[in-house]
Design a protein around this ligand. Structure first.
Ligand code: DQA
Length: 147
């Protein structure tokens, strides 16, 4: 099994960016955790981060025929990018949306996700472990353990 983990805008600044909200670990720490998990589970995980909407859309399109599923944290695009929503809706792969922070305890504009309705589900507010939980859910889905 092979999964793509996509991180959107400003997530390259994890560790520096609002550490009270996102914690002190960096994107590299997150990606290392994911690669260690992948090795342990004998699956493949590829990580990609971009601050650009079009790059994320291209990555979603190109994932077809290469990956078994996608974990995406679209960052602020979550709240308004119909283009990312349409890209997710256009592909057949299972997609899970992750947010490190609990967006529901934050500003009103973060309470809406335009992308979530076209995903398999969301994992919100659990920090970095949310990405691992999302991969686990994709493994079950792809392995036929979950409907
Ligand atoms: C985020 C929440 C978004 O509202 C914010 O714009 C981000 C990060 C999260 O992981 O908690 O960039 O997606």
């Amino acid at each position: 099994m092979k999964f793509l983990v996509l991180n959107g805008p400003n997530l390259n600044l994890l560790g520096l960016r609002e550490p009270g909200i996102y914690g002190s670990k960096t994107l590299t720490d997150l990606e290392q955790d994911l690669l260690a998990f992948a090795e342990n589970e004998q699956i493949e995980i590829v990580c990609f981060q971009s601050n650009h909407e079009g790059d994320l859309i291209d990555a979603i399109h190109e994932a077809v025929n290469q990956y078994d599923g996608i974990v995406i944290n679209p960052g602020a695009f979550t709240h308004y990018s119909y283009a990312i929503r349409d890209a997710i809706a256009s592909i057949q792969l299972p997609v899970i949306e992750v947010h490190i922070s609990n967006v529901h305890t934050r500003e009103e504009f973060r309470h809406t996700s335009v992308t979530a309705p076209v995903t398999m589900g969301q994992i919100i507010g659990l920090g970095f472990i949310g990405y691992i939980l999302a991969i686990r859910a994709l493994m079950d889905k792809v392995g036929g353990k979950q409907g």
